[in-house]
Design a protein around this ligand. Structure first.
Ligand SMILES: [Zn+2]
Ligand SMILES: [Zn+2]
Length: 273
C-alpha cells in the first residue's frame, strides 16, 4: 500500500508523461502519447482463435475459430473461450512490465482488459472471475499480485463475482522471461495449482485472469485443475500474449477489438496514422 501511495504522490507532483515511453503528454493526450497509441493499435490487431488463443492469420480462422477448435469440443485441458488485449510487444509490453514492477498504470490496463472482454464472445456467461495466482514468496517480494488487481478491476466493472480459489503450490518461472522447451515447460507446470474451495466453482462457468500468456501452458494447467475440481467451463482473459512461433504476422482481427481499444483514446485520428 505504501508503494502505491508513493507512486500516486509522484504522479501528482510531476508532469504527466506517456505510460510507455515517458515523453511529456500533450494537451488532450490520455495515458499515452500519440505514437504509443498508434503502436498500441498495431499490437491490438493480432488475430487469434477465440477458443484456444493461438495466433493465426485471419484467413486461417473461420467464425474466429482455428481448424483444430472447429473440429472438436473442448477437453479437460482446453479453454472454452479466449480473449486478450493484444500482442506482448511495444507499448502493451512496456506498460505491462511497469505495472508488474511498480504497481502502476492499473487503471489503464483495467480499461484495456475490460474493452477486450466487451469484444469477446463469453464475458456475459462468466459466473466467477479467478486470478492466476502467484506463489506466496513472489507476492511478498512484489508487495502485490498483479493478476489479482486486474481480476478485481474486471469484476468490479462487470459487477461480477471474484473468487481467488486457485493456489500456486510451488514456485514456477515467469515463462515470458526465460527460454524453455515446451516439454520442459509442461513438466515444470504440471500439478502446480490447487483449488482451495471446489464447492464454489462446481458446475460454474469461470474465467481465469492473467497478465501475459506465452504458450498458454500455465493457463492450460490451471484450466485442467479447475475442470477436474468441477468447473463446467473455463474461459481465459489475458492482457497480452506472445505470438505463436509459426505465426508472426499481426493482422487485423475481424471481431473489432481494435475498435474497442480506439474508444479509450482521446483523438480519433490517431489510429489512422
Ligand atoms: Zn509514448
Ligand atoms: Zn483454436
Amino acid at each position: 500500500m505504501l508503494s502505491r501511495a508513493v507512486n500516486w504522490l509522484s504522479d501528482a507532483i510531476t508532469p504527466p508523461v506517456c505510460a510507455a515511453c515517458d515523453q511529456l503528454l500533450q494537451h488532450g493526450d490520455r495515458h499515452l502519447c500519440h505514437l504509443c497509441w498508434r503502436d498500441l493499435h498495431r499490437a491490438c490487431s493480432i488475430s487469434y482463435c477465440r477458443r484456444c488463443g493461438d495466433t493465426r492469420g485471419p484467413h486461417l480462422l473461420i467464425d474466429s475459430f482455428c481448424s483444430n477448435c472447429r473440429a472438436r469440443t473442448p477437453g479437460v485441458r482446453d479453454f472454452d473461450g479466449f480473449s486478450c488485449v493484444g500482442a506482448y510487444e511495444g507499448p502493451l509490453r512496456e506498460i505491462t512490465l511497469r505495472f508488474k514492477q511498480r504497481f502502476t498504470y492499473d487503471a489503464l490496463l483495467g480499461e484495456l482488459l475490460n474493452a477486450s472482454l466487451d469484444a469477446s464472445t463469453f464475458a456475459d456467461k462468466v459466473d466467477i472471475w479467478i486470478p492466476i495466482p502467484s506463489h506466496w514468496l513472489r507476492r511478498i517480494r512484489r508487495g502485490f499480485q498483479p493478476t489479482a488487481l486486474l481480476a478485481d478491476l474486471v469484476a468490479r466493472r462487470r459487477q461480477g463475482n471474484l473468487q481467488p480459489v486457485l493456489r500456486m503450490a510451488r514456485m514456477i518461472p515467469e515463462f515470458h522471461r526465460i527460454r524453455i522447451t515446451p516439454s520442459a515447460r509442461h513438466r515444470v507446470i504440471q500439478g502446480a495449482f490447487a483449488v482451495t474451495a471446489p464447492s464454489t466453482i462446481a458446475g460454474k462457468a469461470v474465467c481465469l485472469i492473467d497478465d501475459v500468456s506465452t504458450t498458454g501452458a500455465t493457463l492450460r494447467e490451471a484450466t485442467h485443475t479447475l475442470k477436474r475440481a468441477g468447473a463446467a467451463r473455463v474461459f481465459v482473459a489475458t492482457l497480452a500474449r506472445t505470438p505463436s512461433e509459426n505465426e508472426p504476422s499481426a493482422l487485423e482481427s475481424p471481431v473489432g477489438r481494435s475498435e474497442m481499444i480506439a474508444s479509450l483514446q482521446p483523438s480519433p485520428e490517431i489510429g489512422n496514422s
